[in-house]
Design a protein around this ligand. Structure first.
Ligand SMILES: Cc1cc2nc3c(=O)[nH]c(=O)nc-3n(C[C@H](O)[C@H](O)[C@H](O)COP(=O)(O)OP(=O)(O)OC[C@H]3O[C@@H](n4cnc5c(N)ncnc54)[C@H](O)[C@@H]3O)c2cc1C
Length: 455
């Protein structure tokens, strides 16, 4: 009987276990090892204000096929919900609210029209004359998004348009985020010889496909996690895996499981490094280069709240309140405006997000301080002063791996080293995209390689 262990019961590990069941058949022994008292990792649905609410990831890119396809396979197609098209996102910049710039690539404009209300006239002129200045780029290069955008358009575009969008996805800043890893279509346009940044952005922007960009789950991500675990038929074992080692005959030894024929490691990079220190030191060394950003989400329930009809507000870098004190929140999701299925429950729900790479101290504050900071900033940005009926604080230590410049080369070296290790595969958000659809794709590919190796 074939036996495999999957370390980590986040979305990556659970998808790997489910795909392994599909490939290896009903008799295989599949064990999922998880050190936390619950499955899901960075996905967590809690009961709040009348039903399940996601306090980690709350959406996915629905134009990628992975999550809708997975929901279909698992008989959960009716769980797929879409955000309200009428509720548009806002941006807080320069002490005022603006519509989120349109026609950009992650906030990088192709014309000054996209950001005219956010930046000064000199910056608009720089964008409009970008084609007059030669762009230096060697194919295969990488740099931070912030360095390139600030060099071409100036720092206002970076702080007011790009940072808020990248910060929402990576908990990073434009200056710490790789062009090649985070914006691969932009890197491809630059490699192909785009003569200016505006030309590269024009080529790299996604063509507007029909239908909403995002999707979510009516019952929260918890529904998908439970369905994956059930469909995988895996044993769930509670253990903190410190080391995985292989013996002369190629069998793997995993803490809490014993001996198995193959392993998928689906834990975050730092824990994976520890597990591999003895067995694959070169691989562990490469993987040690991945840094993480911590964040916190404060959910606030209100009877009314007096919220605007918008889906949320992103905050520009360096925003101050009316007395000159920096805002701590980086984003507000007006969940009950954004998601019709949450609006149906009555009341209003807001998620306030804190924490960017290099600014993790806020995450260590006591709950009361985080709730207080959330309410203060919500009052400053949207004028909400109602007492919340419910509060919930969720900290995400090491919530998101950082895709620093050079990340794609680092991943290539890691995967090259991993391919030399027999019947061991890696999955997780640090490899080929932090979003849930990317994690599903990476884990499915890892499971397919392991099943091939075991065949
Ligand atoms: C606040 C926040 C909001 C986000 N929003 C979105 C969003 O809206 N849309 C989107 O697509 N993505 C979003 N993301 C990203 C996405 O949620 C994550 O990238 C993804 O869930 C990571 O899944 P994973 O399985 O790779 O890793 P994880 O979720 O980190 O799972 C790894 C698991 O391994 C376990 N583990 C670790 N070490 C060990 C060990 N030694 N032994 C046993 N088990 C171990 C952990 O306990 C954990 O359960 C968000 C992330 C955060 C933090």
């Amino acid at each position: 009987m074939t036996s495999v262990a999957v370390v980590g019961a986040g979305i990556s590990g659970l998808v790997a276990a489910y795909r392994l069941r599909q490939s290896l058949g009903p008799t295989a022994r599949i064990v999922v090892v998880e050190k936390a008292p619950r499955i899901g990792g960075k996905l967590r649905s809690v009961d709040l204000a009348g039903g399940p609410v996601d306090v980690g990831a709350e959406a996915f890119i629905a134009r990628r096929p992975e999550v809708p396809a997975l929901l279909d396979e698992l008989g959960l197609a009716d769980q797929l919900v879409r955000p309200s098209p009428a509720a548009r996102p806002l941006l807080r910049s320069g002490g005022a609210l603006h519509g989120l710039p349109t026609g950009t690539l992650m906030g990088i404009p192709a014309t000054s029209d996209s950001v005219r209300t956010l930046v000064d006239d000199a910056t608009c002129r720089r964008i409009d004359t970008d084609r007059d200045r030669p762009l230096r780029w060697t194919p295969g290069d990488d740099a931070s998004v912030g360095d390139l955008v600030s060099e071409r358009f100036g720092s206002q575009v970076t702080a007011r348009s790009v940072d808020p969008l990248l910060g929402g996805v990576y908990s990073g800043l434009a200056v710490t985020t790789s062009i090649r890893a985070a914006l691969p279509t932009l890197a491809a346009a630059l490699d192909a010889g785009a003569p200016s940044l505006v030309d590269a952005v024009e080529r790299a922007r996604p063509t507007s496909a029909p239908g909403p960009v995002f999707g979510g789950l009516r019952g929260g991500y918890g529904v998908l996690l439970d369905a994956l675990l059930a469909a995988s038929g895996a044993e769930l074992v509670a253990a903190d895996v410190r080391r995985v080692t292989s013996d002369d005959r190629g069998a793997w030894h995993v803490d809490g499981v014993g001996t198995v024929d193959g392993v998928v490691l689906a834990a975050p990079a730092p824990q994976t490094v520890s597990m591999l220190l003895d067995t694959a030191p070169a691989l562990a060394r490469e993987l040690g280069g991945v840094e993480l950003a911590s964040s916190a989400v404060v959910a606030l329930g209100f009877e009314d709240g007096g919220l605007p009809q918008n889906s949320g507000v992103l905050v520009a870098t360096g925003e101050l309140d009316s007395s000159g004190v920096p805002l701590r929140a980086k984003a507000f999701t007006l969940s009950s405006r954004k998601w019709p299925h949450l609006a149906e429950r009555g009341g209003q729900l807001v998620r306030v997000s804190f924490g960017r790479f290099g600014d993790a101290d806020i995450v260590d504050r006591p709950d009361a301080d985080l709730v207080s900071a959330a309410r203060t900033d919500l009052h400053e940005v949207l004028g909400v002063d109602e007492e919340p009926t419910t509060t919930f604080v969720q900290r995400w230590y090491g919530g998101l791996p950082q895709y620093r410049p050079g990340h794609t080369d680092l991943v290539a070296r890691v995967e090259d080293a991993a391919s030399a290790v027999r019947r061991l595969e890696l999955a997780g958000a640090y490899l080929h995209g932090v979003g849930v659809p990317a994690c599903v794709a990476t884990a499915s590919a890892a499971a397919a390689r392991l099943a091939d190796a075991l065949a």
